[in-house]
Write a protein that binds this ligand. Structure first.
Ligand code: GLN
Length: 202
């Protein structure tokens, strides 16, 4: 028996926590490929942009010549899941970024880098997922020097929040999390991303 054949999802593999994303996708029987150069984007309908360091990733996206092709593919409807640094790279505006840091402006969010402050550099908390049923267990959110959403546009759907601040959000085909859903053995955020992507593509 062959597993259900679905087009693979790309995982940006320039830096950061990409292997854990591949692991969560594999648990859902979704094949993934590592994206390191523009040709790797060919035929992809979905891309994961992992956590790491957004300033470094911005530099590597430019030097690998991936920045512009990713921006074009997003414009043409590529679905993207961006986590932590990935969220920063997808935002409309970044506060406390480096002046040469670039962002893709793919989701109408203003985010502050390391916005949860030094004393809370890393923390965990339970999150209620809006997509879940009321009796569904919470999702354990792992926040590591996480970006904080400071403003969001009317087109942004908030899928989970922490203390009144969106931490999981979606606008059309772009989903972002300020936490690390790949670091818990719980693939619900990835499952929701894949489900949404497949619904929209069908
Ligand atoms: N603080 C990091 C940045 O600015 C993000 C941290 C993370 O991805 N865990 O990119």
């Amino acid at each position: 028996m062959h597993p259900v054949s679905r087009p693979p999802i790309g995982v940006l593999a320039l830096q950061g926590a990409f292997a854990a994303h591949q692991q969560r996708l594999a648990e859902l029987d979704v094949a993934s490929i590592q994206v390191r150069r523009p040709a790797d984007l060919d035929g992809l309908h979905g891309l994961v942009m992992p956590g790491g360091e957004s300033t470094t990733m911005s530099m590597l996206l430019t030097s690998s010549e991936l920045f512009d092709p990713i921006a074009e593919r997003i414009h043409d409807g590529l679905a993207v899941l961006g986590t932590c640094a990935g969220m920063i790279l997808l935002a409309r505006e970044v506060l406390d970024g480096r002046t040469d840091q670039r962002c893709l402006g793919a989701i109408d969010l203003v985010v502050r880098r390391n916005g949860y402050g030094r004393q809370l550099d890393s923390f965990e908390c339970d999150l209620a997922l809006r997509s879940g049923t009321p009796d569904e267990p919470p999702f354990r959110g792992v926040f590591i020097r996480a970006p904080k959403v400071e403003a969001w546009g009317a087109g942004v759907e908030v899928l989970a929040e922490h203390e009144g601040v969106p931490v999981l959000a979606r606008q059309r085909r772009i989903t972002v999390a300020s936490f690390h859903p790949e670091l818990t053995r719980d693939a619900r955020v990835h499952a929701e991303f894949v489900h949404h992507l497949e619904m929209e593509s069908s």
